[in-house]
Design a protein. Structure first.
Length: 328
């Protein structure tokens, strides 16, 4: 830093301000200092800075099922939101979701140089695991109803499910069948409960639930059963990938969409508009969930306090060509 200061003709304090991203340095001076840094090969030492001010400018993320669409989108959005706030992201994957794996992830977290952690794991797995959070570590939980004393940010799953079900009922369908996600999924259970309650609120019969595993293959398997039942005229699938398999099963069975069966998905993945027919679905706002989570965590890091009021990010019905009134 002394070499940079001499070369740039400024004080060591000014070099420190530039190195730490402070704004109280005029642009000409900042450019001169940055040029001097490049010339002498100076790089700010993040470890030394962390020892000095007690912060690493790094966020830990503990996540399960990295291949799922929702988690992938959320992780990508967390990384973007953290980067824009000047934080790096340290990902700690939980491969199988067993209590032992979860405990190991939290143990590893205690060894990482992070200022706080975002947890992206299904509530059921958090409830089952005997885990100890690092003492004093700010924590935010995404997509969970676990009984944890930390801030929770989530998509409003119940609202999205109600929008999907009411859309089909408003078109004139007598009832709506549901292709649900895994039974151990918090998001899937919230969507299922809201679908059932919406039918009850409208005085409609509640059909039996078919369960998939979020994959298009499981949607196809369930879709073959639904396609064989002539009473099925409207289906709400708990995600777009299962809806894709359902569309194939209906097509193979000669059940036209939407003339014979209307289909609604959930997520609004980029490919949903390219399905045939283009899929009516519920849009989740993953970047907003991530931003609210990162903001809450950084606030906890900055103040040492956290608020327990859950944050629910709203959804939106996106109407495309896969839904229509039933045949008369």
């Amino acid at each position: 830093m002394a070499d940079v200061a001499r070369l740039a003709g400024v004080s060591g304090q000014t070099v420190s301000r530039v190195a730490n991203g402070r704004r109280n340095v005029d642009e000409a001076t900042r450019d001169r200092v940055l040029a001097a840094m490049r010339e002498v090969g100076y790089r700010p030492n993040s470890a030394a800075r962390a020892l000095r001010n007690g912060q690493f400018r790094s966020i830990g993320v503990i996540a399960f099922e990295l291949s799922s669409f929702g988690n992938t989108r959320t992780l990508d959005a967390i990384a973007a939101a953290a980067t824009s706030s000047g934080y790096a992201v340290n990902l700690i994957p939980v491969l199988h979701g067993t209590p032992h794996d979860l405990s190991g992830a939290f143990d590893r977290l205690g060894e990482q140089a992070v200022d706080g952690v975002i947890i992206l794991i299904e509530a059921h797995r958090l409830d089952e695991a005997d885990v100890q959070m690092p003492e004093g570590m700010p924590v935010v939980v995404i997509d969970s109803n676990a009984d944890l004393d930390y801030p929770v940010v989530d998509t409003d799953q119940a609202q999205g499910s109600r929008l999907a079900t009411e859309h089909l009922l408003d078109l004139g369908h007598r009832t709506v069948w549901h292709l649900g996600g895994p039974e151990d999924s918090y998001a899937a259970s919230r969507r299922l409960r809201s679908w059932r309650q919406t039918l009850i609120d409208h005085g409609c019969p509640v059909p039996p639930v078919l369960t998939g595993d979020w994959s298009a293959g499981s949607g196809y398997a369930a879709g073959r059963k639904l396609a064989a039942d002539p009473d099925v005229t409207a289906v709400f699938a708990a995600n777009d990938q299962m809806a894709l398999g359902l569309l194939r099963a209906l097509h193979e069975a000669g059940r036209a969409v939407p003339e014979d069966v209307s289909v609604v998905g959930f997520d609004d993945m980029e490919e949903a508009a390219q399905f045939w027919p283009p899929l009516t679905t519920i849009r989740q706002f993953f970047p907003e969930v991530a931003r609210r989570s990162v903001d809450a965590l950084i606030e906890g890091i900055r103040t040492g306090e956290h608020h327990h009021q859950p944050v629910a990010v709203g959804t939106e019905l996106v109407v495309r060509a896969s839904t229509a009134p039933p045949r008369r």
